[in-house]
Ligand binder design. Structure first.
Ligand SMILES: Cc1ncc(COP(=O)(O)O)c(C=O)c1O
Length: 389
C-alpha cells in the first residue's frame, strides 16, 4: 500500500492519475473518439478497449476515482443517473423474478421497476422505507433483489441497510442502493451490506448543473461482470466530455459538500422556526424520525432536504414562488445554485399516507453555494408574499 492509499478520500480523489498517453498532466486527456486504430489483428481483438463506447483514458480515471469514493473494486459508467439505476437493477433480476423496491425511490426509477421490469417478466413490489428487518415478511421464493434509496426521494426516510442486508444475505437476495444523496463521501452502502451502489453523477459529483452521468459500483467480480455484460448488451456509455466534467467535479466534491452541508443545516434550522412551516424533513436534524439511524450510518449531510408548509391556498403559493429571486424552480439538484420545487404532484406512495397526513404542500429545497443570509432574505420575502392578505 502506498502513502496515497492511506490518505483521506479528498486527497485521493485529487490524485487519481491512471495510465496516460505518454505525457503526465494533472488532468486526463479527453479523447473524442468512436474509432480506435490498431496495427495488428491480435491487438484489434485483444483485451484492451477497442471502441470508444467502452470508454477511454478519462473514463478509466473516473472509474478509478469512483472506486475510491465508494470503497469499491469495480465501476461501470452510464450516461445518466436513471440509466445507472436501471443498469444496476437489471443486472440482478431476470424474467420470473421478484424485486422489492423502496416506496420513496426516485420517481423515474420506480417507473422503471413497475413498468419496464414488468414488461421484462419481473414483478416489482413497493415496501415502506422504514421496514428494516421486517422486509423478510415480503420475501418470496423468487425474490431476487431489493432496491434501496436512503434517504428516500422527496420524503427523506432513512432505511436500515445493515438490518435489511442481514436478512437478505441468508436468502441470496441482492441489494442495490441509490447513493446519490450520500455522494459516496457521506455514506458507504457497500461497506454496510449493499451489493451494488449507484450514483447519479449529475448531482454533487458533476456539481455544476451542466452535464449528466451515472455510475454503478460493486466489489464482487462476478457481479461486476453481470453489470458489464448488461451494459454492453444495452450499449450503455458515457460521453467523454461528461466523463471529464465528472472527474473535474470530484476534485472539489469534499469541499463543496461541506459548504452545502453547513448552509443546508443553517437554513433547515431557520425553516424549523418559521410559523409558516409545519415540519422540516432533514435527517441531520434531531427532529427527524430516523435521526439516530442517520447518525449511525452517515458521516455528513448536504444541501438537499424538504419541508412541509402549513395549509395555504394555491394563490398564496403562486405568490410565494413569484416572490423568489434567488431560489429557482427546476428539477435536479447538487449544483452551485439554490432550487426549490413543490412536490405534491410527484408524491406517489403505496399507502397514500403522505398525501393524507400533511397539512400543506411538500417543498424540496436544494441549498446552493450562495451566502446563507441572502437565501434567508429571499425566503423571508417569499413567506411575506405567501401570507399577505
Ligand atoms: C436520487 C436520484 N437518483 C437518480 C436520479 C437520476 O439522475 P439523472 O437526472 O442523472 O438521470 C435522480 C435525479 O434527480 C435522483 O434524485
Amino acid at each position: 500500500m502506498s502513502a496515497k492509499d492511506d490518505a483521506a478520500p479528498e486527497t485521493r480523489l485529487i490524485h487519481t492519475r491512471t495510465e496516460r498517453l505518454g505525457r503526465v498532466t494533472v488532468n486526463p486527456p479527453v479523447e473524442r473518439a468512436s474509432t480506435v486504430l490498431f496495427r495488428t489483428e491480435a491487438a484489434l481483438y485483444g483485451p484492451k478497449p477497442t471502441y470508444g463506447r467502452m470508454g477511454l483514458t478519462v473514463h478509466r480515471e473516473l472509474e478509478a476515482a469512483m472506486c475510491i469514493l465508494e470503497g469499491a473494486r469495480h465501476t461501470r459508467l452510464a450516461s445518466n443517473g436513471l440509466q445507472a439505476c436501471a443498469l444496476g437493477i437489471a443486472s440482478v433480476v431476470e424474467s420470473g423474478g421478484h424485486l422489492l423496491f423502496t416506496d420513496s425511490a426516485y420517481g423515474p426509477t420506480a417507473r422503471f421497476c413497475e413498468k419496464r421490469l414488468k414488461a421484462m417478466g419481473v414483478e416489482a413490489e413497493r415496501f415502506n422505507p422504514r421496514i428494516g428487518a421486517g422486509i423478510e415478511r415480503l420475501f418470496r421464493d423468487n425474490t431476487q433483489a431489493i432496491l434501496l434509496e436512503s434517504p428516500g426521494s422527496l420524503t427523506f426516510e432513512i432505511s436500515d441497510l445493515p438490518a435489511i442486508a442481514e436478512v437478505a444475505r441468508t436468502r441470496g437476495i441482492r441489494i442495490v442502493c441509490d447513493n446519490t444523496w450520500g455522494a459516496g463521501l457521506n455514506y458507504k452502502p457497500l461497506a454496510l451490506g449493499a451489493d451494488i451502489s449507484v450514483q447519479a453523477l449529475t448531482k454533487y459529483v458533476i456539481g455544476h448543473s451542466d452535464a449528466f452521468g451515472g455510475a454503478v459500483m460493486t466489489n464482487e467480480l462476478s457481479l461486476a461482470n453481470k453489470v458489464a455484460h448488461c451494459s454492453e448488451d444495452w450499449g450503455i456509455g458515457l460521453a467523454p466530455d461528461d466523463a471529464y466534467l465528472a472527474v473535474r467535479g470530484l476534485r472539489s466534491l469534499h469541499t463543496r459538500l461541506k459548504a452545502h452541508e453547513a448552509a443546508g443545516l443553517e437554513l433547515a434550522r431557520w425553516l424549523e422556526a418559521r410559523p409558516e412551516v409545519a415540519s422540516v424533513l432533514h435527517p441531520a436534524l434531531p427532529s427527524h424520525p430516523d435521526h439516530a439511524l442517520w447518525m449511525r450510518d452517515f458521516t455528513g449531510s448536504n444541501g438537499l432536504f424538504a419541508f412541509v408548509l402549513n395549509e395555504h391556498p394555491p394563490t398564496a403559493l403562486e405568490r410565494f414562488f413569484e416572490a423568489l429571486q434567488l431560489f429557482g424552480m427546476g428539477f435536479s439538484w447538487g449544483g452551485f445554485e439554490s432550487l426549490i420545487i413543490p412536490c405534491d404532484d410527484q408524491l406517489t406512495r403505496s399507502d397514500g399516507c403522505w398525501t393524507k397526513e400533511k397539512p400543506g404542500q411538500l417543498m424540496r429545497v436544494h441549498v446552493g453555494l450562495e451566502a446563507v443570509s441572502d437565501l434567508k432574505a429571499d425566503l423571508d420575502a417569499a413567506f411575506a408574499a405567501l401570507t399577505a392578505a
